[in-house]
Each structure stands twice: as C-alpha cells, then as structure tokens.
Design a protein around this ligand. Structure first.
Ligand code: ISJ
Length: 404
C-alpha cells in the first residue's frame, strides 16, 4: 500500500521529475517513466530496493499482487534478467505536489528529501548503461539473407510464421537529452505507450509502442490485441481507406488465432472480439483485432496473469509455432534482442486492480555515445527480402524521430 506525502519544493513539475530521476540514478537505483496512451501526463516509479527488482517470473496482475513497473526481456537469460521495479516512490505529473511512498520509503523519507534537495539542478543524469556490448547491426544484405532463410524455413514447413528483426546503431545528436526525447515522444505519439526505463544491468530504454500485451483496467476488463500487417500512412489519407494485401490479412489473422488459442487453453469462451480494423501508429498503419473479457462475468480470478504467461512472446514478435520460431531466431537472427520485443508497464499502479503491459516495440537502447534502435517484420512464405528491409526502415522512423 502506498501513502501520499506532500512533495512541493520550489521547482516546476518538470524540474521535480528530472530531480527524482537524478535521485534514482545518482544512487544506482532503477527508475521507470511512462505515459499511457491518450493520457495527458507522465508518471514515475522509483525503486529503493535494487536487488528486489530482479525477479524470475512474469508479474501477477491480481489486485493483491505487488505494485510496481514490469520490465521483461524478449527471452530471459543471465544477460537479460526479468525486472519488476517495486513502487517505493510514485510520482504523477498530474499531481506534482505529492508523491506516493511505500512503507520502506516512508521510513527513509527524511533522508530521501535531504538527498533530493542536495542534488544539483540541472545536474547531469547518469543513465544506466547495459554492461554488454551493443548488438551487432545487420547490413541490408545480411538482413535480406535472414529473410530468405525465414522464407525457406516456412516453405520447408519448419515454421508457419517467423518475425525477424535487426538492430541499428545511430550516433546521438549533440546535447541529446533522454528526458526531453521522452517528452518529444509523448507529443508526437499521443496514442502510444511512451516509456523511459533505466535499470542497472538492463541499461536505458526509450520507446513509443502501439501494442498492448495484457491489460486489466479499472473497469475489471481484461484486454489484449492482435496487431500485425504494416504499411505507410500516406499523407492526406485516412487509415480507414487503407487496402491490405492477402499476405498481411493472413499474417494478422494468424496472430488473432494465436490469442484465441490461448483463451482456449484456459477453456474460456466468453471473450469479445472486435475487428480487424486499420489503426495508425505514428507514420505506419497496422491491422488490429481487439479482445476483451469482462472479469465480472467469468470465473477466472487470475485471467490476466494466466494470459500474460501464455501470450509472451506473442506470435506478433516471434512467430508460430512459438518454439520452432524461437529456435529459428536463435540460430539465424544473429544478435541479442535483450528487452526489445519484451514487455513493460505498470502493475497495480497507481491503484491496485489496474495493470497495463505493452510489447516493447519502436524502441531504442541508450548508450553513452550512441543509440541502438530495433525493428522487426513478420514474414510469410512469399515475403520479399527488400520489402521487408524497407518495412524495418519505416518502423525505425518512429523512434528515430527523436535523434534528428
Ligand atoms: C516487430 C515489430 O512489429 C510487430 C510486427 C508487425 C508486422 O509484422 O507487420 C506489426 C506490428 C508489430 O506486432 C516491430 O515494430 O519491431
């Protein structure tokens, strides 16, 4: 349970936010910032207990489960530990004169206030850096070879669908400021889940994703989505005018069927399915089917948790069947996705009973002199390697916009 305390030093709300981030980073602690789709204000979660942030399992989404911010890798490993940042300190820019604190933080409040007051403003922000080398970027010929290998595997029947991806290195522009980039992403992408997470071991990740993985709202409705198929949003055209090829329609239907299969495994039939319809995410369009289950009407108290464990990593980011697709990627993709295509978001924050987890797409990893950007594409047996490369270029523009 979090308690509210006054926190109104003589600073503007953005300065307060910046100094709370500095408080975390200067003491080697993890911190997460996020802005929910459609929301006006960002929020922050800071953990005092660094060791407590390293957990093995995906979070539980029940109202009785711990409150915090989940940051999960694509696949967990020693290099990519699953994280859950306990909410010791929670700050909402909509209510800048207060913070909410856990009992652990309440006990250390005088110390925390002192540390906060003593920080230089504006001071440098020592963002956490991932200890591993940056992943190797794929050249266009390399990526096209990967696509050809994927197509061959599908034609051979080893996999039905595979989602290949690549990393790109970009120099940071002079004077790059991650907090300002986080603000810019919020302004550019009002319907995205915008995030900035920094944690020892995991490094610092900035993103603006369109994809919900698992959500339990205040209304006690569980939601997820099948998002796939990509084309550019052309200036002067409405998303509803988009025409989709058979390839994309089938690719997205496969992802929708994967979700229905997860419901089936739990023997749940009472789900609502809406779509597919065309949605815009920045400058790209996707096909999306929404799924909803009213938790009042089903005898599944742990549906959110169970679905999260079944869904991740979804066929929208790995492929189908899942294990065969993961094996293919391990053998051919040639780099470590780390937290790209993992998931992230608040759990039981700010109130118990509401959790919102998103797939970590359209993101970058921040390093001292450079950013590592990530993008992938769902392949089908008739994928064209050059078009798939172009599609990754298109997707990279979403997050790349903050580096220009
Ligand atoms: C893999 C990514 O996106 C996913 C793949 C898509 C596709 O294949 O068309 C569309 C949306 C996402 O589910 C990415 O953005 O990196």
């Amino acid at each position: 349970m979090l308690q509210t305390v006054a926190w109104n030093p003589d600073l503007t709300p953005p300065q307060r936010l910046r100094r709370l981030v500095a408080l975390a980073l200067s003491s080697g602690r993890p911190v997460a910032l996020w802005r929910l789709p459609g929301a006006a204000h960002a929020r922050l979660c800071l953990s005092l207990r660094v060791e407590a942030a390293y957990v093995g399992l995906p979070p539980a989404l029940e109202a009785s489960a711990p409150a915090g911010f989940a940051f999960f890798p694509f696949q967990d490993s020693d290099h990519n530990p699953p994280l859950f940042l306990p909410a010791d300190l929670y700050f909402d820019l909509a209510r800048p004169d207060e913070v909410r604190v856990s009992s652990a933080a309440a006990a250390r409040l005088p110390q925390l206030r002192q540390q906060f007051a003593a920080l230089p403003d504006p001071g440098p922000l020592a963002w956490h850096v991932r200890p591993r080398h940056a992943p190797r970027p794929a050249t266009q010929p390399e990526y096209e070879a990967l696509v050809r290998a994927g197509v061959a595997a599908m034609r051979a029947g080893t996999v039905q669908k595979v989602v290949s991806s690549r990393a790109v290195h970009r120099a940071l522009p002079e004077g790059f400021d991650a907090l300002r980039a986080f603000e810019e992403l919020q302004a550019r992408y009002p319907t995205a889940f915008v995030s900035l997470v920094s944690a020892p071991g995991a490094g610092t990740w900035l993103g603006a994703t369109p994809e919900v993985l698992a959500e339990v709202g205040e209304d006690q409705v569980f939601r997820t989505m099948a998002l796939a198929g990509t084309q550019p949003l052309l200036p002067g055209h409405a998303p509803s005018e988009a025409i989709w090829r058979q390839k994309e329609i089938e690719e997205q239907a496969l992802v929708a069927r994967y979700i229905v299969n997860c419901f089936k495994q739990l023997r749940l039939r009472e789900y609502q399915e809406t779509g597919p319809r065309t949605v815009a995410a920045g400058d790209v369009l996707h096909l999306r089917t929404d799924f909803a289950v009213d938790l009042h009407n089903v005898p599944f108290a742990t549906l959110g948790t169970d679905m999260l464990r079944l869904l991740h990593p979804t066929s929208a980011v790995s492929g189908m069947p899942r294990q065969a697709a993961l094996d293919f990627l391990k053998q051919h993709e040639g780099y470590d996705r780390a937290y790209y295509a993992g998931f992230l978001g608040p759990v039981n924050l700010p109130e118990p009973g509401a959790s919102r987890l998103y797939v970590n797409l359209r993101c970058l990893q921040l390093r001292p002199q450079q950013a590592v950007l990530y993008a992938g594409t769902g392949l089908t047996p008739d994928s064209d390697p050059t078009k798939e490369w172009q599609e990754t270029e298109l997707k990279l523009r979403t997050i790349g916009a903050v580096l220009e």
